[in-house]
Design a protein around this ligand. Structure first.
Ligand SMILES: [Zn+2]
Length: 58
Protein backbone atom coordinates (compact mmCIF):
# COMPACT_ATOMS: atom_id res chain seq x y z
CA UNK A 1 0.00 0.00 0.00
CA UNK A 2 1.07 3.55 -0.72
CA UNK A 3 0.42 6.55 1.47
CA UNK A 4 0.50 10.27 0.83
CA UNK A 5 0.06 13.10 3.32
CA UNK A 6 -1.07 16.25 1.56
CA UNK A 7 0.63 18.41 4.19
CA UNK A 8 4.00 17.23 2.84
CA UNK A 9 3.27 19.28 -0.29
CA UNK A 10 0.57 21.76 0.73
CA UNK A 11 1.34 23.38 4.06
CA UNK A 12 -1.54 23.24 6.50
CA UNK A 13 -3.47 20.41 4.84
CA UNK A 14 -4.03 17.41 7.10
CA UNK A 15 -5.55 14.97 4.60
CA UNK A 16 -3.88 11.59 4.23
CA UNK A 17 -4.54 9.14 1.38
CA UNK A 18 -3.88 5.42 1.13
CA UNK A 19 -4.17 3.31 -2.02
CA UNK A 20 -2.93 0.06 -3.50
CA UNK A 21 -0.50 1.77 -5.88
CA UNK A 22 0.82 5.17 -6.92
CA UNK A 23 -1.65 5.55 -9.81
CA UNK A 24 -4.68 4.98 -7.60
CA UNK A 25 -3.20 7.32 -5.02
CA UNK A 26 -2.61 10.02 -7.61
CA UNK A 27 -6.25 9.74 -8.74
CA UNK A 28 -7.42 10.39 -5.17
CA UNK A 29 -4.97 13.23 -4.67
CA UNK A 30 -5.84 15.04 -7.91
CA UNK A 31 -9.53 14.81 -7.00
CA UNK A 32 -8.73 16.29 -3.60
CA UNK A 33 -6.62 19.04 -5.18
CA UNK A 34 -9.56 19.96 -7.42
CA UNK A 35 -12.28 19.97 -4.80
CA UNK A 36 -10.38 21.16 -1.73
CA UNK A 37 -7.50 23.24 -3.12
CA UNK A 38 -9.31 24.74 -6.12
CA UNK A 39 -6.83 23.42 -8.68
CA UNK A 40 -8.74 22.82 -11.93
CA UNK A 41 -5.59 21.30 -13.38
CA UNK A 42 -2.84 19.72 -11.32
CA UNK A 43 0.46 20.94 -12.78
CA UNK A 44 3.10 18.37 -13.69
CA UNK A 45 5.44 19.96 -11.15
CA UNK A 46 2.94 19.29 -8.36
CA UNK A 47 2.40 15.72 -9.54
CA UNK A 48 6.17 15.27 -9.31
CA UNK A 49 6.18 16.58 -5.74
CA UNK A 50 3.34 14.23 -4.85
CA UNK A 51 5.18 11.24 -6.32
CA UNK A 52 8.30 12.15 -4.31
CA UNK A 53 6.25 12.41 -1.11
CA UNK A 54 4.54 9.02 -1.47
CA UNK A 55 5.56 6.57 1.25
CA UNK A 56 5.02 2.89 1.81
CA UNK A 57 2.06 2.35 4.12
CA UNK A 58 2.26 -0.33 6.78
ZN1 LIG B 1 -4.71 18.84 0.62
Amino acid sequence: MKQFTCGDVVAGCSRTFVAADSDALLTQVTGHARSDHGLADVPAELVGQVLLAIREAA
